[in-house]
Ligand binder design. Structure first.
Ligand SMILES: CCC/C=C/C(=O)SCCNC(=O)CCNC(=O)[C@H](O)C(C)(C)COP(=O)([O-])OP(=O)([O-])OC[C@H]1O[C@@H](n2cnc3c(N)ncnc32)[C@H](O)[C@@H]1OP(=O)([O-])[O-]
Ligand SMILES: Cc1cc2nc3c(=O)[nH]c(=O)nc-3n(C[C@H](O)[C@H](O)[C@H](O)COP(=O)(O)OP(=O)(O)OC[C@H]3O[C@@H](n4cnc5c(N)ncnc54)[C@H](O)[C@@H]3O)c2cc1C
Length: 669
């Protein structure tokens, strides 16, 4: 069933009729299973039909009103989850479709996972049930005013006092104030706080602690704790529904058993004991969240693309013949070459996100069995994919706004708010540049191990084919040759490997490894991007090897996969040419093939975005309406603006009338 909640006439019916594939089957391919389509659809409709979850006036609310509205929606969502006895899967989807950032995101997304990942069984038994019942609300307080990216540089201290069997949590400087945690400012009662553990006079570095912040009776901050919101953020509405907070501790005492002790412990006597596990597991919550952010990228991107494709099919400009209709802007080749790669990217990110979720689960199972061998790859993949997909998605949302012309700039298009909510994803959970440098570090290590004969595995397995990939030449001779997955994979692998090897060689010429890495860091970023793009392309091809059912679905996905890969090749032509992977002629042939693929997507474009199965409520865009009835909706929406509540604006008497009636004249006139 299509996600219609618009009007009765389908202005896009003609577009839908030209599709060459079964849209319902594509919905299954997109969502992952028929069950996923069903539960997504049910939760989206549940939210769309509930007046409490309306969001059409959100951008007109003041910050205080918006925050209160967020509290109301979160409480109502919880009430519905309990009343309807929703499963965890259903509850997560319901919250997703409520579509308003708030403290619950951090409670479920970071606080609970941090306790589950870093707490002992006993600690989990104590805290998780309280969190699950919302008897406590938690957030993740890591970042400080002075340090975010450099986690090892955090300044908050937790000093063990053996006399009382407590930790004393303290903010020694202004820059050690916790700054940014979502849900901290106004809502949370508890936090997982990251602080330097000091015991027996020694600093053991960063560890996690559960700290109660507010009274469970009247919500006031506990003694020694200063709390507040850090202030308004980018865009109207948008992320301002979230109470990102500031927190300072003045020698706050917590029991010893509130240190998260799964990875390391402090004994009653104050002895520090580190279990036999890699210390990087402390960063496990970030790895978990980065993996979810990749899935979110495909959601945000597909939303923006859905709006831009539908509107581009409705919008007409120029080209009228003898008074006939003008041309749909979607028919312009320039519109297609800007929009269809984004459509292809939405699908690419969806499938790589699916794969990353599998990888994460696999790594977790291995960790349970004390096999830590795949941890570095899991870190590189989550960091790299988080970085590449969020940066591209943020750019793509802005591109979709431009693709919608002037109307895209209106809040009612849904795009400005989507951009403002989305764009911090490039920064939170690790600044994208910082994370790409982590990928580069992993790549340099892998390259250096090649010389010792160590065979790389997983996503770096291709590097083992170094003899061939360093000298191979693409055999592409015609534009059609670029439709061969092996031809595409070969040049992407060769490009990624050659860029990594070039960096490694240049680093080795520097006085020290560290200096070389620093000097070469801009090149290293590009090398990391090339490696991550190879992963995305490869996972899309692997998806196509799976059993994909439904008339025409596989063919459409093949087209999108080829578009994604060839668009990247076109965009990064400089890399492919300078590393000698392809010739300029082969680059031109790739571009020629790209144009042909766009023509094949054109009749399917609207159906391909219908397959995302978004309700009009979730899209919240007059331009992206399912029924395409854009103009009456745009017109009606304008009148809802508070500025139109009166015909004569407030301020007329004080500021406009005197101006218009002024007697004073400039002497020159
Ligand atoms: C809804 C939005 C909510 C938002 C919430 C937030 O933003 S919350 C706040 C989010 N905040 C952020 O995201 C902050 C971002 N900053 C960070 O994550 C860290 O400070 C860092 C990774 C940049 C550096 O860390 P460092 O100085 O400790 O390390 P180093 O570089 O010296 O490397 C040492 C070794 O550790 C390895 N390794 C590193 N990480 C991981 C990992 N996760 N797993 C496994 N391994 C990892 C690394 O590969 C290296 O291995 P090698 O080569 O020795 O074998
Ligand atoms: C909306 C939002 C929500 C957030 N929620 C939370 C939360 O719930 N909990 C929490 O603890 N934190 C949260 N954060 C904080 C977030 O995790 C940090 O802002 C993020 O990790 C980036 O760190 P930073 O602010 O220190 O940036 P900085 O590191 O100061 O970045 C500034 C610039 O320096 C560059 N840079 C930094 N280091 C290097 C390097 N080594 N090499 C080259 N360039 C470098 C960066 O690329 C960037 O251009 C949130 C942030 C935002 C914006």
């Amino acid at each position: 069933m299509a996600a219609v909640d618009g009007g009765e006439v389908d202005h896009l019916a003609g577009e839908r009729a030209t599709a060459h594939f079964d849209v319902d089957a594509m919905k299954v391919a997109w969502a992952g299973s028929r069950h996923a389509v069903e539960v997504n659809d049910r939760m989206a409709r549940l939210v769309a039909s509930d007046p409490v979850f309306r969001k059409d006036t959100r951008t007109m609310l003041s910050r205080k009103e918006l925050f209160k509205d967020t509290l109301k929606k979160a409480a109502h969502a919880w009430k519905r989850i309990v009343e309807l006895r929703l499963t965890e899967e259903e509850a997560n989807l319901l919250r997703l479709y409520v579509d308003q950032p708030g403290y619950v995101d951090l409670h479920w997304g970071m606080f609970v996972p941090a306790i589950k990942g870093q707490g002992t069984e006993e600690q989990q038994k104590k805290w998780v049930p309280m969190a699950y019942k919302f008897q406590i609300i938690g957030c993740y307080a890591q970042t400080e005013l002075g340090h975010g990216s450099n986690v090892q540089g955090l300044e908050t201290t937790a000093t063990f006092d053996p006399n009382t069997d407590e930790f004393v949590v303290h903010s020694p400087t202004l820059t050690s104030s916790k700054w940014w945690p979502g849900g901290l400012g106004k809502a949370s009662t508890h936090a997982v706080v990251y602080a330097r553990l000091i015991t027996q006079g020694k600093d053991y570095g960063i560890h996690g602690f559960i700290v109660q912040l507010r009274s469970l009776d009247d919500h006031s901050p506990l003694p020694g704790i200063t709390l507040g919101d850090i202030g308004g953020k980018f865009g109207s509405g948008a992320y301002n529904s979230m109470d990102n907070g500031v927190l300072r501790f003045d020698h706050v005492r917590i029991p010893r058993d509130q240190m998260l002790m799964r990875l390391s412990q402090v004994t009653r006597e104050g002895k520090y004991v580190h279990s036999d596990v890699p210390k990087q597991l402390l960063y496990g919550t970030m790895v978990y969240v980065r993996q979810t952010i990749v899935a979110d990228a495909s959601k945000a991107l597909s939303r923006a693309v859905c709006i831009a494709v539908r509107y581009s099919a409705i919008r007409k400009q120029f080209g009228s013949q003898a008074g006939g209709p003008e041309t749909q802007v979607l028919n312009y080749k320039t519109q297609q070459s800007r929009l269809f790669p984004l459509l292809a990217s939405a699908y690419a990110y969806r499938f790589v996100g699916e794969w990353l979720k599998w990888l994460y689960t696999d790594v977790m199972q291995k960790l349970e069995a004390k096999d830590y061998s795949t941890l570095p790859e899991a870190h590189a993949c989550t960091a790299g994919l988080k970085s590449v997909t969020t940066s591209a998605t943020a750019d793509a949302i802005e591109e979709c706004r431009k693709l919608c012309g002037g109307h895209g700039y209106l809040n009612s298009s849904g795009l400005p708010e989507l951009f403002a909510v989305y764009v911090p994803a490039c920064t939170y959970e690790g600044d994208n540049v910082v994370l790409l440098l982590q990928v580069a570090r992993f790549l340099m290590k892998t390259v250096s191990q090649l010389a010792s004969g160590k065979q790389p595995v997983g996503t770096t397995a291709y590097m083992g084919n170094i003899q061939y990939l360093m000298q191979c030449k693409s055999a592409v001779n015609t534009a059609g040759d670029w439709l061969n997955p092996a031809a595409i994979k070969e040049v992407f692998e060769a490009r990624a490997l050659r860029m990594a090897v070039n960096c490694a060689q240049n680093i080795s010429k520097a006085p020290s490894q560290e200096e070389g890495f620093s000097e070469l860091s801009p090149d290293l970023l590009e090398s990391a991007v090339a490696h991550v793009q190879l992963i995305i392309v490869t996972k899309f091809f692997e998806k196509l090897q799976q059993d994909i059912i439904g008339h025409g679905v596989k063919e459409q996905l093949q087209n999108l996969c080829n578009i994604y890969a060839l668009f990247l090749l076109h965009k990064h032509l400089g890399d492919f040419l300078s590393t000698g992977c392809i010739t300029p002629k082969q680059g031109a042939l790739a571009n020629e093939q790209l144009g042909r693929l766009y023509a094949q997507v054109r009749p399917n474009a609207v159906a391909l975005v219908d397959a995302f199965d978004y309700t009009d409520h979730y899209l919240s865009s007059v331009l992206g309406r399912y029924d395409g009835d854009v103009y009456p909706a745009l017109y009606a929406e304008a009148w809802k603006d508070p500025l139109n509540e009166t015909v004569i604006p407030d301020g007329y008497q004080e500021h406009l009338r005197p101006l218009l009636k002024q007697q004073l004249k400039f002497s020159r006139l």
